[in-house]
Design a protein around this ligand. Structure first.
Ligand code: IMP
Ligand code: MG
Length: 177
């Protein structure tokens, strides 16, 4: 099945404004926390652009680390079951972890990564996603910061892909089957 762009759902200026708001909210909430104890863990590859923009709205001196997750197989547009999680940073004990991902869909990815991080005994975990689909499964996952709620449609752009394509689109668009 070949997907193409249907319509722009969230244009780049709205994304930019919302990412700035998320950055301010996170900065305010972490005020008073020893910044050297904060680790931002970004879930690749979908959050590649989101985290690059978001981190520039976080003025404190924090460590940025990446973790990889894969749940879609090839050109599928439905999550393929349990996500494959790559190696996590090992030194998260006692740290304040800010987990950043692109989208909450089935919620399996964020749930799985959160569980792995919890095993490393951090002091706190907060999660931030750019998009959350209006699905019971997505709403059920604890997530402290949500950029936009969207309908249950397959979206691409601003880091989100279909079969590796469209990540470089500056806006978020609905993909048409
Ligand atoms: P989950 O179903 O919540 O585990 O989401 C898994 C991952 O699938 C997300 O982190 C995204 O990378 C990807 N994903 C989910 N929905 C979409 C979509 O609409 N477009 C592109 N990628 C998506
Ligand atoms: Mg992802």
């Amino acid at each position: 099945m070949r997907h193409e762009i249907d319509s722009i759902l969230i244009p780049r200026d709205r994304i930019g404004a919302r990412v700035a708001e998320l950055g301010s909210a996170i900065t305010e909430d972490l005020d008073g926390v020893d910044a050297t104890q904060i680790v931002l863990v970004a879930v690749m590859t979908g959050s590649i652009i989101f985290v690059a923009d978001l981190m520039r709205h976080l003025p404190m001196k924090i460590r940025i680390q990446l973790v990889t997750a894969r749940s879609y197989i090839g050109a599928a547009t439905v999550s393929g079951g349990d996500p494959e999680i790559g190696p996590l940073p090992e030194d998260l004990a006692g740290k304040h972890v800010l987990l950043v991902d692109d989208i909450l869909d089935s919620g399996r990815t964020l749930t799985a990564i959160r569980e792995c991080i919890e095993e490393l005994s951090p002091q706190s975990i907060r999660a931030c996603v750019l998009l959350r689909k209006r699905l019971e499964s997505a709403m059920a996952v604890p997530c402290e910061y949500v950029g936009f709620e969207i309908d249950d449609e397959f979206v691409v752009g601003y880091g989100l892909d279909h079969d590796g394509y469209f990540r470089n689109l500056p806006d978020i668009a609905v993909a048409r089957a």
